[in-house]
Ligand binder design. Structure first.
Ligand SMILES: [Zn+2]
Length: 158
C-alpha cells in the first residue's frame, strides 16, 4: 500500500483547516449524503444561479478524514463552474478512483488528484466519492428558495 507523504499532508490540512465546512447563508440546493459503511454523513449546500453556475457551496456534517477532505476539495474545484462542468469533473474523479482516468484528466482535478491512492484502499473508496456523488445528484435538482426549510432528502452509497 503506497500512501505518500503528500497525500497525508493534504488530507490533514483539509481536516484541520477546511475551507468550505460551514453552513451557507442562503443555499438554494441542499442534499444529505450518507455512507453507512463508514458512518460518513455530509450535508451539501449549494447556491446555483439561473444559468446553472454554482456560485457558492459548502458542506457540514461528520465523517472520516477522507470523506471530509474530499468534499472540501470537491467544493474548491466546482465553485464558480457550470453544473455540467462540475459533473464532468465528478466523472473524472470517480474514474480516477477506478484507475480509468488519464494523467491529463487527473491534472484537471488539481488538488483532488492527490486522492488517487485511495484506489489502493477499497474500504475508503466510498468515503472519497461521497461528496462528489452527492454533488452530481444535487445539481440536477431544481433550485428552491428557503432550501434549508425544505431539506430532508438524502442519498446513500448503499
Ligand atoms: Zn469514511
Amino acid at each position: 500500500m503506497a500512501i505518500n507523504a503528500f497525500y497525508n499532508e493534504i488530507l490533514t490540512d483539509h481536516n484541520l483547516h477546511p475551507m468550505h465546512k460551514y453552513n451557507l447563508k442562503d443555499p438554494n440546493l441542499i442534499l444529505e449524503g450518507l455512507n453507512p459503511s463508514c458512518g460518513d454523513d455530509i450535508v451539501l449546500q449549494l447556491k446555483m444561479n439561473e444559468d446553472g453556475i454554482i456560485e457558492d457551496g459548502s458542506y457540514n456534517g461528520d465523517g472520516c478524514a477522507v470523506s471530509m477532505a474530499s468534499a472540501d476539495m470537491m467544493l474548491d474545484l466546482v465553485i464558480g463552474k457550470h453544473k455540467d462542468e462540475a459533473k464532468r469533473l465528478a466523472d473524472i474523479f470517480v474514474r480516477m478512483i477506478k484507475k480509468e482516468a488519464t494523467e491529463e484528466e487527473i491534472e484537471e482535478l488539481e488538488e483532488a488528484g492527490s486522492l488517487r491512492d485511495i484506489s489502493h484502499m477499497p474500504s475508503r473508496v466510498k468515503c472519497a466519492v461521497l461528496g462528489w456523488h452527492t454533488m452530481e445528484e444535487l445539481v440536477d435538482k431544481e433550485p428552491i428558495q428557503n432550501a434549508v426549510e425544505h431539506s430532508g432528502e438524502a442519498v446513500s452509497t448503499e
